[in-house]
Design a protein around this ligand. Structure first.
Ligand code: AQP
Length: 332
């Protein structure tokens, strides 16, 4: 059976981008057709300036939202990365296969390092090596497919390169994974800055729709979305990014094709109104389930405990094999 792995970073409140670009497909498709693991990748949240209590809180909230989005612990494994030591163990070994040049070429590193510097902070070494830890997350489980949004494909490419290189140097150890992406909403853009991704750790603002935003807040944010100059509604990602983003969000939430939907509107106002309602409807059941789960923290704890145990059992043989292959002595 195909092995699928993907994760979500507790660096902020989860957004519509996380949901449409990743979580929704994990719940609707991946968990049923594959042997899937979904992880709250909390170690990755330490790569930028962070508040420890907030990371802990967001890790629980993210786990609860994964379940609220429809992940079923009977169908897939849901766990927290730091509960399974194998991720960090394998990451070090992969650092011995990756190169400094490869790390510095990562687009997300360049963007996030620049942001940390803009905010007056220093760039943590772990931000540079973060893609190696992500490669370890993936390779530890013999993953075939990594369902991610567009922004993560370069990191999955790195995981592929490291797997191939390790296998060539030290003997076949890792499955070579590949990224799979959604057809629409592969990249949901910021409503106020439609050439930038809607990211959960961006400075909070009206351009980001959070999964737990109240319906009226969602409506306000969508109605205030930046649109492009011009009157006609057309789908053109390059020239009219604001409109294209709204059309893609509408298509992802209500169905249809962004270019065809454009033909159905003759005003920006009507498009925004329908988009806002479509988003509210998509978020409603997730918010309801999240409320119910918040009232039952023991259930979420139990899911995470069992998930970590299962994940450990799956990762350990591969990580042990990598240790032996690269030349480390087995414990005596
Ligand atoms: N705007 C987006 N559009 C489509 N997909 C997205 N994803 C994230 N933002 C968008 C997808 O969500 C999954 C989990 O993402 P992540 O938590 O690993 O972090 P990320 O990709 O770095 O997303 P963020 O929200 O922008 O977090 P920060 O701001 O902390 O970096 C991934 O599959 C991602 O593709």
């Amino acid at each position: 059976m195909t092995r699928v792995f993907s994760g979500i970073k507790p660096t902020g409140h989860l957004t519509l981008g996380n949901y449409l670009g990743a979580m929704r497909r994990w719940a609707a498709d991946d968990q049923y057709r594959s042997d899937a693991l979904f992880c709250v990748v909390d170690l990755h949240a330490l790569t930028v300036d962070h508040d420890p209590a907030r990371v802990r809180r967001l890790s629980r909230q993210s786990a609860s939202l994964l379940l609220a989005a429809g992940l079923d612990p009977e169908q897939c494994t849901v766990f927290v990365q730091s509960h399974v030591d194998e991720h960090a163990r394998l990451s070090y070994v992969l650092e011995c296969v990756a190169t400094d040049g490869e790390m510095r070429r990562m687009i997300q590193y360049k963007e996030k390092a620049a942001r940390e510097q803009r905010r007056g902070g220093s760039v943590r070494l772990s931000l540079l090596t973060y893609p190696v830890l992500m490669a370890a997350d993936i390779l530890a489980y013999g993953t075939d497919e990594v369902p991610v949004g567009d922004d993560q494909t370069q990191h999955v490419e790195l995981a592929r390169d490291l797997a191939v290189r390790f296998n060539q140097r030290y003997g076949h150890t890792f499955t070579v994974p590949r990224a799979t992406g959604p057809a629409v909403a592969a990249r949901v853009m910021n409503l106020q800055d439609p050439v930038s991704k809607m990211g959960k750790s961006d400075d909070a603002g009206p351009g980001i729709v959070y999964l737990l935003d109240e319906p009226d807040v969602v409506r306000k944010k969508v109605m205030r979305a930046v649109t492009d100059s011009g009157q006609d509604v057309v789908y053109d990602r390059e020239e009219r990014p604001g409109l294209a983003n709204l059309l893609e969000i509408l298509a992802a939430c209500a169905g249809g094709d962004p270019a065809e939907l454009a033909g159905a509107y003759d005003s920006y106002g009507a498009l925004k109104k329908d988009t806002a309602e479509a988003v509210v409807e998509v978020l409603r059941p997730v918010q309801e389930r999240h409320r119910a789960l918040s009232a039952d923290p023991e259930y979420v704890d139990g899911v995470l405990r069992e998930g970590a145990e299962r994940a450990r059992g799956m990762a350990r043989p591969t990580v042990d094999a990598a240790y032996r292959a690269i030349g480390l002595l087995a414990p005596v």
